[in-house]
Ligand binder design. Structure first.
Ligand code: NAD
Length: 369
């Protein structure tokens, strides 16, 4: 068999259940190395509260440079009550913000897939969510969360005023829209772009720039513009009308959480954050489950590792150009669910409860078949 070049993957397990779920990802990467003649070079380091405990900072410069050098960063989760009272700059979450900002991860991809085996876990009717497969592309480094001026200031009448500024440039809109159109071409070829062009100038610019890029380069992709409030409503009324949704940082934050809940479980949903190309033409990226560190179940060996495993599958697809391996891994997860294995968070009557480790092993056994 021909060996391909080594690809560096940095694992940052983090806090709480992070190390438990990333252990299962590591086993899967090692399985690919051994059985598929792939040569991933795995490095692992501390981030979040674990890094603060050892080094007094949520992310050291050394780890940050390792992230810059890696083809993909896979993160577990950070945070927990132990670190809640730290000053802002030392909080575990600062590590995430630093990675997102410095790696310039401007596009956050969050699939909302409703596994047919878990349709009953959704709060919506089975016929509304069964077979659901949406990709939400959220702009991640601009908009109202970063715009200036911002702050809280006293005003004349003794009151205070809170200020945030919603701002986007043409290029910020174009680069994230491009990711959405490219993704749609590999899916059902449909993009819905959401903004509030009826009441916000930045929303009007968003709509115009997406439309202009569409006319210049992506005429073959179906494009629909939708007001963000209507999108929130349509996601509950008829979510299967959507393929790829592209939207700004604020609306994306809300719409992606709403879409996640259509699927019923936090423990199943992965995410990818993609950035600009580096000098070698590789896209900078970070992959992480959408859930947090779940301190309430940490150490109990019951955490669901599927969201993290599917995050690695996204890394195979979007950073490592290994579509076939990504499909194999996605299918292995489906097969394990078909076999009736469930971690506690997705357990239902008649299914078999398994630990984090057993779930990981079962997915590997399915890959083996
Ligand atoms: P959470 O996602 O950690 O947990 C919410 C609920 O879902 C909990 O009951 C938890 O047990 C359950 N859950 C989450 N993931 C699960 C999994 N894989 N398997 C089984 N059950 C799972 O959210 P939270 O409780 O609001 O936050 C806990 C900590 O995580 C906080 O410190 C928060 O700041 C941090 N957090 C980190 C990230 C991140 O690292 N990206 C994201 C969200 C929250």
């Amino acid at each position: 068999m021909i060996k391909v070049k080594k690809r560096k993957i940095l694992l940052l397990p983090g806090d709480g259940i992070g190390p438990e779920v990333i252990t299962e990802v590591k086993k899967i990467i090692e399985w690919f190395n051994k059985n598929k003649s792939l040569d991933f070079e795995i490095d692992e380091d501390l981030v979040g509260g674990a890094a603060y405990d050892k080094h007094g900072t949520p992310i050291t410069d050394e780890v940050f440079y390792k992230a810059l050098e890696s083809e993909a960063v896979i993160l577990g989760a950070v945070g927990g009550p132990k670190w809640d009272d730290l000053e802002f700059s030392k909080k575990p979450e600062r590590a995430l913000l630093k990675l997102r900002k410095e790696l310039k991860l401007f596009a956050n991809l969050r699939p909302a897939i409703c596994f047919k085996q878990l349709v009953e876990a959704s709060s919506l009717k089975p016929e509304i969510v069964s077979g659901l497969d949406i990709m939400i592309v959220r702009e991640l480094t601009g908009g109202i969360y970063f715009g200036e001026p911002r702050g809280i200031k006293p005003i004349d009448n003794g009151e205070r005023k809170g200020i945030n500024t919603h701002t986007y440039t043409s290029s910020e809109i174009e680069r994230v829209a491009r990711i959405a159109f490219d993704l749609a071409k590999k899916r059902k070829n449909k993009v819905t772009s959401c903004e509030k062009s009826n009441v916000m100038e930045a929303g009007q610019l968003w709509k115009e720039e997406v439309q202009s890029l569409h006319e210049k380069e992506y005429k073959e992709v179906e494009l629909k513009h939708m007001l963000a409030d209507n999108c929130a409503m349509q996601l509950l009324r008829n979510p299967k009308q959507f393929d790829v949704i592209v939207t700004d940082n604020l609306f994306g934050d809300i719409l992606s959480d709403e879409a996640a809940m259509l699927t019923g479980s936090l423990g199943l949903l992965p995410s990818a954050s993609l950035g600009a190309k580096d000098k070698n033409g590789n896209i900078r990226s970070m992959y992480e489950p959408i859930h947090g560190s779940a301190p309430d179940i940490a150490g109990k060996r019951i955490a669901n590792p599927i969201a993290s495993i599917l995050s690695f599958s996204m890394a195979l697809r979007y950073s490592l150009n290994l579509e076939k391996e990504a499909d194999d891994l996605d299918n292995a997860v489906q097969n394990v669910l078909d076999d009736g294995l469930r971690t506690k968070d997705i357990l239902s009557k008649g299914k078999k409860e398994v630990s984090t480790e057993t779930m990981g092993n079962a997915i590997i056994a399915c890959l083996q078949k």
